[in-house]
Design a binder for this molecule. Structure first.
Ligand code: KIV
Ligand code: ZN
Length: 388
């Protein structure tokens, strides 16, 4: 039986925290509607205490959407939590997501708090949040650098206080997949009341491991994954939703887990986000980059023309793209060249095709990109030769 993994999208909160990616209320609502079409389970719409604008945005998203849970983030104090409640209470299903750091470095250098005081603060924050709303998530900020036994004590205590989702973030993207797997397994095996809550993952990408760590955490038994569209987020970003979702879909048998994401909406979501924040993804970005479904090498193109499964582990249609692109360049071979000419309506005899192919290769050595107009020009010359 495949296990359902809840997708918690934080593009509108952690994603928005990345430099140059802030969004106004109207933009947040537009993106939230697309996230609803994508069928995410939870949308973290903002940090209501941060500003009046962010409060209004969370409230507007809460009012606009029907299906997903709408979460707001707040620090572990009554003022923040109440403000968050005021915003998410407008949702059909609202969630208060409160957090407190638990690593020694954060406790000592940032919060100036002892471990015992932090544990008490976490418990009272969760109790207060639960007095306002049923759905409460608690995050142990910097869990990736927190002592594991202390982490277990905090997790057990906040579950007793009423938290039903426990998030263990790798806030600074410090852990590596095998270690993160071990950490999640440790907590799940040691905390006695773990059956009352689900474990959530929230990985940052400072070492480029956010998606790998998230997948490792899922293999260890986590039930929710926090991520952003295009992987935007603080510093090097958060785990990219499209990568996690497509890994689970493409390797469903290996993971024995699935999400309910409508994957055909992935490309549209990526493009909408890029147009709102004005930041395009890099061409080789997995899943949604311009080159993710483009093939240039001759051997690959030949394979693709025989059977797409030779070089494609998922179809472009599965993320909402219309088709694979065979890009013609200096690495391309005759098969792809001939196929593209035929698509453009040219059928050359073998001799003209050979001459045209040589011209194409010479041009491809000089030009970075070959356009259809270049091919048409070469093909027309070939046709002229035939008729002269
Ligand atoms: O990275 C992090 O730890 C966070 C928490 C506030 C959930 O964003
Ligand atoms: Zn984060």
């Amino acid at each position: 039986m495949s296990r359902k993994i809840m997708v918690f999208d934080t593009t509108l909160r952690d994603g928005e925290q990345s430099p140059g990616c802030s969004m106004n209320t109207e933009e947040k609502v537009a993106l939230a509607r697309q996230l609803e079409r994508l069928n995410v389970d939870v949308i973290e719409a903002g940090f209501p205490i941060a500003s009046i604008g962010d409060f209004e945005a969370v409230k507007a998203v809460a009012l606009a959407l029907e299906k997903p849970i709408i979460a707001g983030l707040c620090r572990a104090n009554e003022k923040d939590i109440h403000r968050c409640y005021e915003a998410v209470s407008h949702a059909r299903r609202g969630r208060i997501h409160t957090f407190l750091a638990t690593s020694d470095i954060h406790l000592q250098a940032k919060l100036k708090m002892s471990r015992e005081d932090a544990l008490e603060r976490a418990v009272s924050a969760v109790k207060y949040a639960r007095s306002l709303i049923d759905d409460v998530e608690f995050s142990l900020e910097d869990a990736g650098r927190t002592d594991w036994d202390y982490m277990c004590r905090v997790v057990e205590a906040v579950i007793d206080a009423g938290a039903r989702t426990i998030n263990l973030p790798d806030t600074v993207g410090y852990t590596i997949p095998s270690e993160f797997h071990e950490m999640i397994t440790y907590v799940m095996n040691r905390v006695p009341n773990m059956d009352k809550a689900i474990i959530s993952l929230h990985c940052h990408n400072d070492l480029g491991l956010a998606v790998a760590n998230s997948l490792a955490g899922i293999l260890a038994g986590a039930g929710q994954v926090e991520c952003t569209i295009n992987g935007i987020g603080e510093r090097a970003g958060n785990a990219a939703m499209e990568e996690i979702v497509m890994a689970l879909k493409t390797r469903a048998n290996y993971f024995g887990a699935h999400t309910d994401i409508v994957t055909e909406e992935i490309y549209r979501s990526s493009k909408l986000l890029s147009s709102i924040i004005g930041v395009e993804v890099q061409p080789n970005k997995a899943i949604v980059g311009k080159n993710a479904f483009a093939h240039e090498a001759g051997i690959h193109q030949h394979g693709m023309l025989s059977d797409k499964r030779t070089y494609e582990i998922m179809t472009p249609e599965s993320i909402g793209l219309s088709k694979t692109e065979l890009v013609l360049g200096k690495h391309s071979g005759r098969h792809a060249f001939k196929a593209r000419l035929e698509e453009l309506g040219y059928s050359l005899n073998p001799e003209s095709l050979e001459t045209a192919f040589e011209k194409f290769k010479a041009l491809a050595d000089r030009k970075k990109e070959i356009f259809d107009e270049d091919l048409e020009h070469i093909a027309n010359e070939g046709l002229k030769q035939v008729t002269e």
